[in-house]
Design a protein around this ligand. Sequence first.
Ligand SMILES: Nc1ncnc2c1ncn2[C@@H]1O[C@H](COP(=O)(O)OP(=O)(O)OP(=O)(O)O)[C@@H](O)[C@H]1O
Ligand SMILES: [Mg+2]
Length: 202
Amino acid sequence: MEKTLTTEKANSDRYVQLENVDMTFSTKKGDFNALKNINLSIREGEFVSIIGHSGCGKSTVLNLIAGLTQPTEGLLFCAGREIAGPGPQRAVVFQNHSLLPWLTCYENVYLAVERVFCTSAEKKEPKTQLKTRTDAALELVGLTHATDKRPNEISGGMKQRVGIARALAMEPKVLLLDEPFGALDALTRANLQDELMKIMAK
Ligand SMILES: Nc1ncnc2c1ncn2[C@@H]1O[C@H](COP(=O)(O)OP(=O)(O)OP(=O)(O)O)[C@@H](O)[C@H]1O
Ligand SMILES: [Mg+2]
């Protein structure tokens, strides 16, 4: 059964909350304990960076918040509800772009927009509105000129920007970024970091 936090705890002070989270992976060599007793509270509007050496468990934490994996022990909440799986309110941008290669930049973003805003008979935005959302997200990351190109026709930085456009177009409450610029050269990375800060401010 889905657990809910008490109203006092569910306030905006603790929009995302991890309580005594443990993560143990079963491997061929036995159990591997990646996270032990992690507690974290994130307020609405807060920008949090998780820093640590390679293999310390950063991606593991993000995957848990994204709902892609379940903790071995402990609880995770978002907006007062237990995180039971992936959901459109928590969007992820991965280190490697994860775009569908047979779709154009536009179609990659549109697919996500359709999944979020046109899901059922009750929640069915008209196609023009879905198009407006897709165009706006691509414009935000400066890719209006590349909408009809496929991932193999654009640069690494542009692919990452499509990934960010796709995540933002879903209007998530939480944006999870797992080193999305890690594979880029220093100059492109610095530019995209600046762009991201401007998008966040918007
Ligand atoms: N599915 C898995 N099965 C077994 N072990 C795993 C699995 N996923 C992660 N691990 C282990 O858990 C630890 C944490 O991994 P994680 O990917 O979270 O590290 P990270 O901090 O994101 O590292 P990096 O900076 O290199 O991305 C590592 O030792 C890794 O080998
Ligand atoms: Mg990682």
